[in-house]
Write a protein that binds this ligand. Structure first.
Ligand SMILES: Nc1ncnc2c1ncn2[C@@H]1O[C@H](COP(=O)(O)OP(=O)(O)OP(=O)(O)O)[C@@H](O)[C@H]1O
Length: 855
């Protein structure tokens, strides 16, 4: 609790205490001990004790909810959780914490929430003027882009299934519907990017039926006149391991099922498709289709692997395939390109069905393709434009360059063991899929070009912090990304904010927050950083994950953020050897990474023989996929192409992303997953609290409680109004003008503070601030007339005061003259009395002397 001193006045007071299930429950203080409280819980009437720091101040009326959390008297994580809970129970998924939007997934479509009518209602409205909404954030970003002439980013974060992608789609829709009309077909194409990205980049996981397995930054570019000019999508870290293997209950990328469900009979036949359970790359995960009972399209009965289906409000395999076809067409892809995509996807499925066995006839210990999967070899070759024999050779042997023995540089064929061939096959499938994804994004970008952009609004949607029972290289990269974003958030919201208060001379108490720079350095510092060590390991002739892990521990001995797995609180992690895992203390919690496949996953380059094989494809598009330098992540060094590891590529992508973010105005949307069962309107307090904490909301709340989240400089405010000002106001200096504006609006002096160059608003007062900053002529004229009125009244008051002062002064002067006369008279009398009073004494004294002398 904020105060450290507690007295009997606390008796009977309601506070929030932590609770394993609800996050916090209300309880009344019944006694105070030397280190904590004794309390009775409100709901269950139980007596409990808690340390002081485990209790949080509660509002006088805990049933009162507010749109902006900053309007509460006590800003802490308990009141935030309670406010969100109350709002969610009333069907409201959005809540502000100052300018940050919290969005809690309803897991149900809410009528009219994203309709065109709602879009109209939010246009031009300040934050706080209407109910909290993602549209209000989009509108704010747009207005700030126009006003400040700088690009803006909306950073949408949250764990898987929290609603990031839906939020991003809503922003896109809002911007396109409001300012996209002039962009013509580009607007439609921008909106149609989602079916393509989702088909190839989303999959059903245990946590989300439509989980994006890649990160993206979608930029909408605007012309000088403020209309949508085009767009650009950057993507990060597609989860390629999913192409070959999924956990039980999860699916591969949607496209595989969509193609099986939606292909016309001819296409189905041509691609030699079959139900999902006939393909190795699909059958280990869930094989059911997503269906929509209301759809007019029905999946042919012989395409089902199982009778079970899944229904989801958003996904339907057969309908989504139809949408995908349309979207690809809108993006400018013709029938031949679509056919290339379908045959590549089917080719990957058949490739996955090729199996290997050791070849006892091969004296060099090689393997061969099993007899009953020869058909799959034929199908895969045909669909990928390869010669079957070339594919067979490419898979069963590796081509290497001789470095000793014989002529140096001679190519030699090294036969592979069955398991090595299977690994090569999977690597090939993953490489083709990820290059296809890169190519599709590049096609989308080509279809939404812009000639001239004056600024953009970018929406960042990347996976939030992840922590599972087993954490591998994917979580390692995602969590590193989240550390970087958290650092950015800290810098933007917390550190810079406090520095500014100081430089502006505002007396705000310093808020402590945990700086995660040391954790970032653990990952990226040269040469001891984990990414660098991983790259170094790959250069060794006998690279092993154990050696990498050992070096990671040795090079970072004593690092606060790194420990051996045996220090973990989880038993299964403690059983890991020191050279098998890394225990990393992230800002959001400690994660134990199993390093087993780190080296392989970091190096996803295809063996030369497979790369050469693909180059021989008779399909130019397949060849082109692998020739695109930017998609391979290769860099030119001294005229030669040098392969870049996954980690190094991701690190450089992230650094350019952060450069972009640093140069834009930022808006944060924190998405929250309300429960792990994906149930509509179920609020699991404890899980939600954990997410709010991970999102750094506790420090924000403390800062907001003390600080002033909205501000503008006097000169900006003045210059915004300058052109419309009448001469009587134009004469004022910017600071004076701002003061007049504030007085005219009747703002309470407690709600704002004047700094050296800026004026600041308290939390919860954004509506007034934004009203002032709105550049629409009507509002400006209204405000100017208010200021003029106020100024006339103020001058009249001044004149009145002046007259009164003159009259008062005259009276005062007369009064004082009268009094002075009295004082003078009294003084004169006193002095005279004093003089003559002394004489008799002196006379008596002289008489005495004479008498003495006479005798
Ligand atoms: N605003 C919303 N209204 C209705 N349903 C929603 C909303 N937001 C999310 N959902 C539901 O939750 C599901 C998951 O949302 P979404 O895919 O946006 O999560 P995500 O945070 O992007 O997850 P991931 O990181 O796994 O991609 C959606 O498919 C949808 O069913």
């Amino acid at each position: 609790m904020e105060s450290s001193t507690h007295s009997t006045a606390d008796f009977g007071r309601l506070v929030w205490i932590s609770d394993d299930v609800d996050g916090f429950v209300a309880a009344r203080i019944t006694d105070i001990t030397h280190n904590g409280f004794q309390l009775t819980t409100e709901s269950t009437n139980q007596t409990v004790t808690r340390r002081y720091e485990e209790t949080f101040a509660c509002e006088e009326d805990p049933t009162k909810s507010v749109e902006d959390n900053c309007a509460l008297v006590h800003l802490n994580e308990a009141t935030l959780l309670n406010n969100c809970r109350l709002r969610y129970a009333n069907g409201k998924i959005y809540t502000y914490v100052a300018n940050i939007l919290i969005s809690i997934n309803p897991y149900q479509l809410i009528d009219n929430l994203y309709s065109s009518e709602t879009i109209k209602e939010y246009r031009g409205k300040s934050l706080g003027q209407k109910e909290p909404h993602i549209f209000a954030i989009a509108d704010k970003a747009y207005r700030e882009m126009r006003r400040n002439k700088t690009s803006q980013s909306i950073i949408v974060s949250g764990e898987s299934g929290a609603g990031k992608t839906e939020s991003q789609k809503a922003v896109l829709k809002y911007l396109c519907e409001n300012w996209g009309a002039e962009a013509g077909p580009i607007q439609q194409r921008l909106l149609e990017t989602n079916p393509i990205l989702e088909a190839f980049g989303n999959a059903k996981t245990l946590r989300n039926n439509n989980s994006s397995r890649f990160g993206k930054f979608v930029q909408i570019h605007f012309s000088d006149s403020g209309s949508v000019a085009g767009g650009f999508i950057s993507h990060y870290l597609l989860e390629t391991s999913r192409v070959c293997r999924q956990s039980s209950g999860e699916r591969n990328y949607h496209i595989f099922y969509q193609l099986i469900a939606g292909a016309s009979p001819d296409l189905y036949e041509k691609l030699r498709l079959a139900p999902a359970n006939k393909f190795n790359y699909l059958k280990h995960g869930a094989t059911m289709f997503f269906v929509n009972s209301k759809s007019s399209l029905k999946i042919a009965s012989d395409r089902f692997s199982e009778t079970d289906t899944v229904s989801d409000s958003i996904i339907s395999d057969i309908d989504d395939f139809a949408k995908l076809e349309k979207a690809l067409g809108l993006s400018g892809l013709g029938n031949s390109e679509k056919m290339f995509i379908w045959s590549t996807i089917a080719g990957i499925l058949h490739l996955g069905n090729i199996e290997f066995e050791e070849n006892s006839n091969d004296s060099r210990g090689g393997c061969r393709i099993t007899g009953d999967t020869e058909n799959s070899l034929m199908s895969a070759s045909e669909l990928l434009g390869l010669e079957p024999e070339e594919l067979r050779m490419g898979l069963c042997a590796r081509i290497m360059q001789a470095t000793k023995g014989g002529v140096k540089g001679t190519l030699i064929r090294v036969p592979l063991k069955a398991y090595e061939a299977a690994a090569g096959r999977d690597a090939l499938a993953k490489a083709i899929y990820s290059k296809l994804f890169d190519w599709l994004v590049a096609q989308i970008n080509k279809s939404i070009p812009f000639e001239k952009s004056s600024a953009y609004i970018g929406v960042l949607d990347v996976a939030g912090f992840e922590y599972f029972a087993v954490n591998s290289f994917e979580q390692f990269c995602i969590n590193f990304c989240n550390e970087k974003l958290q650092h950015f958030f800290n810098e933007r919201i917390l550190k810079q904010e406090q520095e500014m208060y100081e430089s502006e001379g505002l007396n705000i108490q310093k808020i402590e927050f945990s700086d995660n720079q040391d954790c970032i350095e653990l990952f990226e510092k040269k040469p001891s950083g984990l990414f660098d060590l991983l790259d170094e390991e790959a250069k060794l002739p006998r690279a092993t994950f154990q050696h990498f892990t050992q070096r990671a521990h040795e090079s970072n001995k004593g690092h606060f953020r790194l420990d051996a797995p045996r220090k973990s609180k989880v038993k299964s992690h403690r059983e890991m050897r020191d050279d098998e895992g890394l225990l990393i203390r992230h800002y959001a919690g400690t994660v134990c990474y199993e390093t087993r496949y780190f080296v392989e996953k970091n190096n996803d380059q295809l063996q030369n023989s497979l790369e050469m094989l693909i180059e021989q494809s008779s399909f130019p598009l397949i060849v082109a996929l692998f020739q695109n330098e930017s998609s391979t992540g290769a860099v030119k060094t001294g005229g030669r192409l040098k392969a870049v590891s996954v980690g190094a590529k991701f690190k450089s992508q992230l650094s350019s992303l952060l450069d972009k973010l640093n140069n834009t105005g930022t808006h944060f949307v924190r998405c929250v997953k309300p429960n792990s069962q994906m149930k509509a309107w179920q609020f699991d307090g404890s899980a939600i609290l954990g997410q709010l904490q991970c999102a750094g909301m506790a420090s924000v709340l403390r800062l907001m409680q003390e600080g002033f989240p909205s501000r503008t400089s006097f000169s900006d405010l003045y210059s915004m109004y300058e052109k419309s000002l009448p001469p009587s106001l134009a004469r004022l200096d910017p600071r004076m003008f701002s003061k007049c504006l504030f007085r005219a609006l009747g703002l309470d002096s407690h709600d704002f503070q004047f700094g050296n160059t800026k004026v600041f608003f308290r939390a919860g007062k954004f509506a007034e601030f934004d009203q002032m900053m709105k550049q629409d002529p009507d509002t400006m004229m209204e405000l100017i007339s208010k200021v003029t009125d106020w100024l006339i009244k103020a001058r009249w008051r001044k004149a009145q005061y002046g007259t009164w002062s003159v009259i008062k002064l005259k009276n005062k002067i007369l009064y004082r003259a009268d009094k002075i006369k009295k004082i003078q008279a009294w003084m004169r009398g006193y002095l005279v009395r004093k003089r003559f009073h002394k004489r008799p004494i002196l006379g008596q004294f002289l008489d005495q002397i004479q008498a003495n002398l006479g005798h």
